[in-house]
Design a protein around this ligand. Structure first.
Ligand SMILES: [Zn+2]
Length: 351
């Protein structure tokens, strides 16, 4: 995690956020100790059963009394249920709730474009081998209904119960990025607990306990985020990004949003959109603009160049990073974005 120089009271909230990040992510233990990635290496049973079910944060260490026993048996196949998610963020959430009891894989790999993804024949084969399939819903995965047409596994939509936010200017279209709110993320966790209980009632108590511990961590992130972003001066409370993926985060933190395109599936910043964002950045004297890890930042760099705003850095939304990257877990993602946004908008330089 980036560290910020101490300077004033605003910094204490950021420092608390950073300190919490270390506590939650287990900086001293576990990092690098296992493959927490979502790439090809995870996909087969040969990748190592212990890695697949390994808890991604301290919060899930409550599981694991019988950790690995099923996976390690005498060279046999891993018979734990296979839970397939549509993207890496959801896979990490499921790992935190499922702990050692389930295998978790993501259809899309780290860095993939998840809105308009085109499944491969191999993806479909994995879908057909899954015991449970979890998607975000809210129109995120444009490819998923077609994918499920050939898959028999139970399907659960994890955003069910989240209070949806429409895309600005298109009141009939829902913004799908609800997981970017740690408050909404707690609804996802409830849905995961219910789905795993139905899949595997024998471990229902573990799923419930893991879910409670994980939801408590998300709540802690939410409070840290609100506190850190709550210190932003009123005139700087505009979050300018490439994709309009921050509506739910902005709702939590009381920020206004501006963006170059509403969803990545149609990422083409027209000259008109760029001009509109440039106007807003100038009008509100926005100090920094941002772009996301899975898209090209050129248009946003142009906004920065033409307005004099700083380019505040990369935000993570639609994908985690590799295990050795900045956001190997969902909690890391939320904290990284909060720290980057606060640092950009308050003028504190990231090292
Ligand atoms: Zn997106």
């Amino acid at each position: 995690m980036p560290k910020l120089p101490p300077a004033g009271s605003r910094q204490s909230a950021v420092a608390a956020l950073l300190a919490g990040a270390c506590a939650l992510a287990g900086c001293s233990a576990g990092d690098g100790g296992g493959d927490r990635g979502y790439g090809l290496g995870d996909r087969g049973p040969d990748a190592g059963g212990s890695a697949v079910g390994e808890p991604a944060s301290d919060g899930s260490s409550a599981v694991g009394q019988d950790g690995g026993s099923e996976a390690d048996g005498a060279g046999g196949a891993d018979e734990r249920p296979l839970v397939l998610t549509t993207f890496t963020v959801l896979a990490d959430m499921v790992r935190n709730v499922g702990g050692e009891h389930v295998r978790v894989e993501s259809v899309t790999d780290v860095g993939a474009e998840i809105h308009g993804y085109e499944p491969t024949p191999e993806d479909l084969t994995r879908g057909q081998g899954a015991d449970l399939v979890l998607d975000n819903g809210l129109g995120l995965e444009a490819w998923f209904d077609q994918f499920m047409a050939d898959v028999d596994a139970e399907r659960v939509v994890l955003s069910e119960g989240v209070d949806p936010i429409p895309i600005a200017g298109r009141e009939d279209t829902t913004n799908p990025h609800a997981w970017m709110s740690p408050a909404a993320g707690q609804v996802y966790v409830e849905n995961i607990v219910d789905a795993l209980r139905d899949l595997d009632p024998a471990h229902a108590e573990d799923y419930a306990a893991n879910g409670r511990a994980y939801a408590a961590e998300l709540e802690e992130v939410r409070q840290g985020l609100v506190a850190a972003l709550g210190t932003l001066p009123e005139e700087h409370r505009v979050l300018v990004t490439c994709e309009g993926a921050f509506s739910y985060l902005a709702r939590d933190a009381g920020l206004e949003e501006a963006y170059l395109w509403p969803v990545n599936a149609e990422r083409q910043s027209t000259p008109r959109q760029v001009a509109a964002v440039i106007d807003q950045v100038r009008e509100d004297d926005v100090p920094a603009v941002f772009c996301e890890s899975t898209v090209n930042a050129d248009a946003q760099l142009q906004v920065a160049a033409e307005t004099g705003a700083r380019y505040g850095g990369t935000l993570y939304v639609d994908s985690l990073s590799r295990p050795d990257g900045p956001v190997p877990t969902y909690l890391d993602l939320l904290r990284h974005d909060a720290v980057t946004i606060v640092a950009g908008l308050t003028g504190e330089e990231l090292p």
